[in-house]
Ligand binder design. Structure first.
Ligand SMILES: [Zn+2]
Length: 279
């Protein structure tokens, strides 16, 4: 039986989720009814419902589930008739793998998503602040959105990283509390935007290995990371893992050239879209 939760705690969580959903929508991290947000409250999860805009949610429309994502009985819900998102499976997997987290945020931020569609990694250790706070932003394998594969592709990575790029889908971030998870989403999109702008200026300088080691040491000390988190944080092979397995293997130089051409193309498209939206 689920434990009886303090009503005040649930009400506060409802308000906090609605506020974060609104921020995601206003910043353009989700379109239409995309994205989902959840908090773990003891033996229960409070989650956004399927099919509603994150910009117009009411606190009472959130759905309570058990830790497997099964909705609690109707008499315990204020969201009559609403169902949790099918992507809640990913959240449940994150909670299973990470007893230390209290919230999960899934969104479709456009610049980060464009990197994934182009097959360009965000795990190259470019921004020192990202290495300090997130370690790296690895990209998962592809899974059909809303399918049962969602939990499979995040399983290993979410055990060691707080911010994931989901191949050709979006992002998944986790945190000790809701704001912590949401801020990591902001960091992913900011990192992608800065990297894109650097490409537009003609050069993206990755951090030297020695500096990455120094930042990683500070990170381990500050966060008191467990031993399994202490491996190589820059997933420099990530680009290769995104390649189409049916296509011939490219040399590193060819891959870098292809990445540069792709990023240049994205940059031109984004700059054109920005210019159009201002005219
Ligand atoms: Zn999604």
């Amino acid at each position: 039986m689920p434990t009886v939760l303090d009503q005040q705690r649930v009400e506060k969580a409802r308000q906090d989720i609605v506020q974060v959903c609104r921020l995601m929508w206003e910043k353009g991290y989700v379109a239409a009814t995309d994205g989902n947000v959840s908090m773990r409250l003891g033996e229960q999860i409070l989650a956004t419902p399927s099919g509603l805009s994150k910009g117009m949610l009411h606190p009472q429309e959130l759905v309570l589930t058990d830790l497997q994502g099964n909705p609690l009985p109707e008499r315990l819900q204020t969201s009559k008739g609403l169902k949790p998102s099918s992507e809640l499976r990913m959240h449940c997997e994150a909670y299973r793998r990470r007893p230390d987290i209290g919230a999960v945020v899934h969104a479709h931020p456009p610049i980060a998503l464009a990197f994934s569609i182009a097959g360009v990694s965000l795990a190259g250790c470019v921004l020192p602040e990202v290495v300090l706070t997130l370690g790296a932003i690895p990209t998962t394998s592809y899974a059909t959105p809303t399918s049962a594969d969602g939990p499979n592709v995040i399983r290993d990575l979410v055990g060691r990283y707080d911010a994931l790029l989901l191949d050709r889908h979006g992002t998944l971030t986790v945190g000790k509390d809701l704001l912590d998870a949401y801020f990591k989403l902001e960091k992913i999109e900011h990192s992608a935007t800065v990297t894109l702008a650097a490409h537009a200026l003609g050069n993206v300088r990755t951090l030297p290995a020695e500096e990455v080691r120094r930042l990683t040491a500070i990170r381990r000390e500050t966060l008191g990371l467990p031993p399994e988190w202490q491996g190589e944080i820059c997933d420099r092979d990530n680009k290769a893992s995104l390649a189409d397995p049916s296509s011939p293997t490219a040399t590193p130089a060819e891959t870098a050239e292809a990445d540069d051409a792709l990023v240049a193309r994205i940059t031109r498209a984004v700059l054109r879209a920005l210019a159009d939206s201002r005219s």
